[in-house]
Design a protein around this ligand. Structure first.
Ligand code: NAI
Length: 246
């Protein structure tokens, strides 16, 4: 994969999938801006990348807060001159059946998982268009394609992210900015570690490859979509799920 000394911003880079994405990009010579809510987690990831010889900066931002995102994006664009790659990965779950779901849990998931991508894209996507180069990768979920009982808020956010990505792909295509989605299935992270044994067993039963994926599986697909080699791919959804949603 070729990256030509690009700069990337990865949200939710403090752990799990976002951390793996930040690491694989950094290994390929990309300067990585690691964003997460907690300064400790993105700070730890950026420090480890730097210690391994890579280039990284930690920026704590609550992506659910539009004003905070806009302010951080402006400061980073002033500091780095340009951001070539944007990976919207930060996400949360607040599961529950619709009948029992609070409006607060609905809003928190939509705000964190979907509206955040709107704010980052607005702030960073347009400068990419002006520079006539950009790669945007949004991390959705297979749940955004097929739905899931108990996750209406999460599925709506992820399905919304897919439609949002196709729309910006159409808006930005003529300016050489691509936008694609990676839709993971079950991946071994803190997000799935909270599932009880019974749920994990049932999930594995639905996966033809009969195991959860690793964060690196998502990171490798994401990195390809961020590389120069993906230059004629836009508006697409790539499921990485061991065959679950085929
Ligand atoms: P995780 O819970 O391990 O990590 C999430 C990251 O997002 C953390 O670094 C956290 O600090 C950050 N984050 C959460 N809210 C934030 C906020 N308001 N502001 C800034 N940062 C915030 O989750 P995981 O598993 O690594 O998931 C990453 C993405 O992949 C999420 O969008 C998730 O929905 C998606 N995904 C994960 C799957 C899985 O099986 N683990 C399956 C399908 C999709």
């Amino acid at each position: 994969m070729t990256f030509n000394q690009r700069t990337a911003l990865v949200t939710g880079a403090g752990r799990g999938i976002g951390k793996a994405i930040a690491e694989v990009l950094a290994k390929n010579g990309v300067t990585v801006i690691c964003v997460s809510k907690s300064p400790d987690s993105c700070g730890g990831v950026a420090a480890a990348i730097t210690a391994a010889g890579g280039k990284a900066k930690a920026v704590p931002v609550d992506v659910a807060n539009g004003a905070e995102v806009t302010k951080a994006a402006e400061a980073l664009l002033a500091e780095f001159g340009k951001i070539d790659i944007l990976v919207n990965n930060a996400g949360i779950t607040r599961d529950g059946l619709v009948a029992r779901m609070s409006e607060e849990d609905w809003n928190a998931v939509i705000q964190t998982n979907l509206t955040s991508a709107f704010h980052w894209t607005k702030a960073i996507g347009w400068p990419m268009c002006r520079a006539r180069y950009g790669r945007i990768v949004n991390i959705a979920s297979v749940v955004g394609l097929v739905g899931n009982a108990g996750q209406a808020n999460y599925a709506a956010a992820k399905g919304g992210m897919i439609a949002f990505t196709k729309s910006i792909a159409k808006e930005f295509a003529r300016r050489n900015v691509t936008a694609n989605v990676v839709a993971p299935g079950f991946i071994k992270t803190d997000m799935t570690a909270v599932l009880n044994e019974e749920v994990q067993k049932a999930a594995i039963g639905m996966i033809p490859m009969q195991r959860f994926g690793d964060p690196a599986d998502i990171a490798n697909m994401t990195a390809f979509l961020c590389s120069e080699e993906s230059n004629y791919i836009t508006g697409q959804v790539f499921t990485v799920d061991g065959g679950m949603a085929m």
